[in-house]
Design a protein around this ligand. Structure first.
Ligand code: FAD
Length: 367
């Protein structure tokens, strides 16, 4: 008999299991995949920690959460400074003075601001009706054409004119020569990969891999007093209100016999023609000096039931459906629904940890 059956060995399930174990509770963690870690899983290939489900950079403004993750492993000083490759031209991201200098030859922030204002004015958009108009009204035509349009269209699989404007509420524009993508105070990559954190969290906890909750629901449910469920919320309720939609990704990973392929961990391909959105060169997350290198191309794809769900499509239709599922979830007194899939929301890692710790506080404040 267990106190908790935790469905999903991702970050949310692992934080919950660790905290419950600390409080003397017995947990069984199951995952349908053949590894722990969920989407933060890293696998060592050629001595390099490969981010198997896309580049994961830890960043937060929350000191407590930073100290929490650092209590499991040490973090390095990696700073995310992606670059954009537009038909062979290289630009710094996020949009900053380095980008503007390369685009227009401008040197001062005032000149850059002027250039953007001119382009916004020339476009004459007062009420943006779609993503294209929204982006142009925020940053002007040049940045939109070279750095936003193709990338966004590949990401969503449709023309920017057919995408709603709300997808980009604001765009990170910085009038300093600063290529640091995040504004957060703390940032880095765990030394030894994310696996090192998850393994520590799940030390001494019973784990069963390759187990799909829904294939053994009747047998698993009576094993524990309570369930922590981090899978898809619509599946839990048998899709009775319909299927919540996602965008998916395919990853193509290659080992190359060279020490340095692209000189940066993350390179975004912002033209429409290149079929992938970015190439990740994993060794650069950890300043690797291995003889070989491992690169991963990321291809956005349409999602259908059974594919890996990566990005929820939080439009009105899906959100309204989610609220119905949430109402059902709120009735389930013996199940804690948590994590990105059970709450149908994109979360960064620090937010997932924060949410799991909040659930822990709520759960154990009664003891
Ligand atoms: P998951 O990691 O998805 O864990 C859920 C687990 O449940 C999975 O292992 C799944 O196999 C299992 N499961 C589901 N259904 C069942 C079932 N029926 N039976 C058994 N097991 C089941 N965050 C950042 O902070 N920085 C980044 O740079 C960053 N980059 C990202 C890049 C990509 C491409 C993506 C998709 C996400 C990124 N994130 C990033 C977000 C980060 O991945 C999430 O915050 C985190 O992984 C969520 O953890 P989770 O436990 O909620 O979900």
């Amino acid at each position: 008999m267990y106190d908790y059956l935790i469905v999903g060995a991702g970050l949310y399930g692992s934080v919950f299991a660790y905290e419950a174990k600390k409080r003397g509770k017995k947990c069984l963690v199951i995952d349908k995949r053949d590894h722990i870690g969920g989407n933060v899983y890293t696998e060592e290939i050629e001595g390099i920690n490969v981010h198997k489900y896309g580049a994961h950079i830890f960043h937060t403004n929350n000191k407590k959460i930073w100290e929490y993750v650092n209590s499991f492993v040490e973090f390095n000083r990696y700073t995310n400074s992606p670059i954009a490759n537009y038909k062979g031209e290289i630009y710094n991201l996020p949009f900053n003075m380095n980008t503007f200098n390369k685009l227009w030859g401008v040197v001062s922030p005032e000149e850059a601001q002027q250039k953007i204002e001119e382009q916004k004015k020339a476009a004459g958009i007062t009420e943006p009706n779609n993503l294209e108009e929204q982006a142009i009204s925020l940053v002007g035509t040049d940045i939109y054409e070279k750095l936003i349009k193709g990338y966004t269209e590949k990401q969503w699989g449709r023309s920017a004119r057919d995408l709603p404007s709300f997808i980009i509420k604001r765009l990170p524009v910085r009038f300093t020569y600063d290529n640091n993508y995040f504004n957060d105070r703390y940032q880095g990559i765990p030394i030894g990969g994310y696996q090192a954190i998850i393994e520590k969290m799940l030390e001494g906890v019973d784990i069963q891999l390759n187990v799909d909750f829904f294939q053994r629901r009747d047998e698993l449910t009576p094993l524990a007093k309570k369930i922590v469920y981090t899978g898809m919320v619509d599946q839990y309720f048998d899709y009775q209100y319909g299927v919540l939609e996602y965008r998916s990704l395919e990853f193509e990973t290659t080992v190359l016999d060279t020490t340095n392929y692209q000189g940066n961990a993350v390179v975004n391909y912002t033209d429409r023609e290149t079929p992938y959105t970015r190439i990740i060169e994993h060794k650069h997350f950890e300043f690797g000096t291995q003889d070989k290198t491992v690169v991963t191309r990321e291809y956005p794809t349409e999602w259908k039931t059974g594919d890996e769900p990566y990005y929820p499509i939080n439009d009105d239709k899906n959100n309204n459906m989610y609220y119905k599922y949430k109402a059902l979830a709120d009735y389930e007194t013996n199940v804690i629904f948590g994590g990105r899939l059970a709450t149908y929301k994109y979360y960064d890692m620090h937010q997932i940890i924060g949410a799991a710790l909040e659930a822990v506080n709520k759960e154990f404040s009664k003891d």
